[in-house]
Design a protein around this ligand. Sequence first.
Ligand SMILES: Nc1ncnc2c1ncn2[C@@H]1O[C@H](COP(=O)(O)OP(=O)(O)OP(=O)(O)O)[C@@H](O)[C@H]1O
Length: 273
Amino acid sequence: MTDLVETSVGARFTEDGGRASAAAMPEPLLALRGVRKSYGRDLMVLKGIDVAIRPGEAVALIGANGSGKSTLLKSLIGLHDIDDGTITLFDQTFSTRPSGRQKRAIRRRVGFVFQAHSLVRRQSVLTNVIHGQFGLPGVWRAWHQAVASQDMRRQAAAALDAVGLLDKAFARADQLSGGQQQRVAIARALVRRPPLMIADEPAASLDPSAGHEVMRQLVDLSRTQGATLVFTSHDMEHAVSYAERIVALKDGRVFIDAPARDLSMREIEKVFQ
Ligand SMILES: Nc1ncnc2c1ncn2[C@@H]1O[C@H](COP(=O)(O)OP(=O)(O)OP(=O)(O)O)[C@@H](O)[C@H]1O
């Protein structure tokens, strides 16, 4: 039997670096049970979602425009109330919405990468990554890299090094290409070493080469840090190449939940029909 190595966040890897099978994994890091969510009276977007994601998994959340991917991600972190069901994230369980204390506990442990243009444009690349250590860009304590502690600057520089952009540390964020900016966003999200990374369309609007580089770094660095990764994508090549598991939403329900390697493009296309 292969020996398992437990990481600091509880993810388990085989000694040769592969991930352990789901059967051998510990309790889910994230579990949704019967989650329903409507906007107003007429638009029910999530009609009973059941998904459990275990530590260390890399999961692609796919679905047509308007299928509810962003709604689901936002509900997880309490940006949207849900109508019914429960969400368990780390050791916090809530229905409807997390309390303020739960929200803070959850957000401290989640790294976010959104679509392009999420950096503070006029700040330096290093300052942007330092902001990640507080979870939100622009908090006063780390408004500028010059007032951040030496330890924060050192950790931010290490994160930039990991995405290959240490030489851009003092450039203004808006002087970088779109792909480079997204890699800075990855460094900013990973600098706190979160157990869970959530990325909403991280490679949207990038050219194919930059898009692959962003996805490769996101997946590799999340894995190196032992972080669970959930990302949304409209690019099915990205979904099957970079995720181990595909969860597809259709008509408000989970239409596919399967290992990426078991799915053909033909099956995936049915999600969009
Ligand atoms: N705040 C809101 N108020 C009302 N309706 C909303 C709100 N946010 C989203 N919706 C609607 O809910 C549905 C699901 O939207 P959502 O953004 O979650 O889908 P998505 O799968 O992320 O879409 P896309 O792939 O286009 O980003 C859409 O019909 C959208 O118009």
